[in-house]
Design a binder for this molecule. Structure first.
Ligand code: PDD
Length: 290
């Protein structure tokens, strides 16, 4: 049976109870992380923890644990859920107060820490030669001005993803003022004339851990990559489009708004980068991913 972690104890999910006065529930006042583990080995843990520390600092929630304590909690949770390939969802809210007040509690209350695991489906990048790719649509980016904070306030992302699903697609690629920002739960890459382009990090996007690793791998393998703005017309004319995230890795988009991207199949540049990604992952976490 699966186990979750809540405020100091491991338990069955149905035993985990959180107060309705929790500011996470009332105000979506909290942040989260999703950290993948392969063969039970946490992948890019330090990078995820650095982002977690930054998100907490940006919204002034005290970090209740050291990095080593977080690692221990994540590893214990993975072990208690059978190891293998799992993602760890980790959420910290500002805690439960006696009365509802928009301003922070003063003095502060103990933050609420909740963690659970989820299964990771076998990513497309694991089999570049047989991957079929996914569909996406474009939508206006209706989110707030601090998308760099990994906030649990995901209503706009959720509405956007739902619109994509209802249109028969798996992701919404978001446009703000005529430029690509990111996906509803992913970062975006395009390939134009053999150069890979991804929007630069700013307050408009989440600094994705997978995004950063893709940039790093391309640079170390001398594959041309640029971090610059992508105007809408370049997105529409791109030879390849990919979206990246910790749970899906690098996904080739083969249809945008019902029109084929390139030749409508996962592209050659994607295949090359996917192979580097998988090799990197296997070096860190071992071969046996399935
Ligand atoms: N989401 N942008 C947004 C808005 C995201 O929600 C995510 C990931 C990313 C990719 O970040 P990373 O490579 O660090 O996973 C970009 C997670 C997986 C989620 O909400 O479940």
């Amino acid at each position: 049976m699966s186990q979750v972690y809540l405020n100091g104890a491991f338990m069955a999910p149905q035993e985990a109870h959180i107060s309705p006065m929790d500011r996470g529930f009332l105000f979506a006042d909290g942040i989260y992380e999703v950290i993948p583990a392969y063969n039970g080995v946490l992948f890019r843990f330090d990078e995820h923890l650095i982002r977690l520390e930054r998100s907490l600092a940006e919204i002034a929630i005290h970090n209740p644990h050291s990095r080593e304590e977080w690692r221990h909690l994540c590893e214990t949770l993975i072990e208690r859920n059978g190891g293998g390939n799992l993602s760890v969802y980790l959420q910290i809210s500002r805690g439960a107060t006696e009365k509802r007040d928009h301003a922070f509690p003063n003095p502060p209350v103990a933050p609420t820490v909740f963690m659970m695991t989820g299964a990771i489906a076998i990513p497309a990048a694991d089999s570049p030669d047989t991957a079929s790719g996914s569909k996406a649509i474009t939508l206006d980016d209706i989110r707030w001005a601090r998308c760099d904070i990994k906030s649990i306030s995901l209503l706009p992302n959720s509405l956007l993803r739902q619109q994509a699903v209802e249109a028969g697609a798996s992701e919404a690629i978001l446009l703000r003022d005529g430029f690509v920002t990111e996906g509803s739960a992913s970062n975006v890459f395009v390939v134009i004339a053999d150069t890979i382009i991804t929007p630069p990090k700013s307050h408009a996007i989440l600094g994705g851990i997978t995004r950063d690793l893709v940039v790093e791998l391309c640079r170390s393998h001398h594959i041309p990559i640029e971090e610059r703005e992508i105007p809408e017309n370049q997105l529409r004319q791109a030879d390849e489009i990919w979206v990246t995230s910790s749970t899906k890795e690098i996904v080739p988009i083969i249809q945008l708004n019902n029109a084929p991207v390139g030749d409508g199949k996962p592209g050659q540049v994607w295949k090359k980068v996917a192979r580097h990604y998988v090799n990197f992952k296997r070096r860190l976490c071992g071969q046996d991913q399935e």
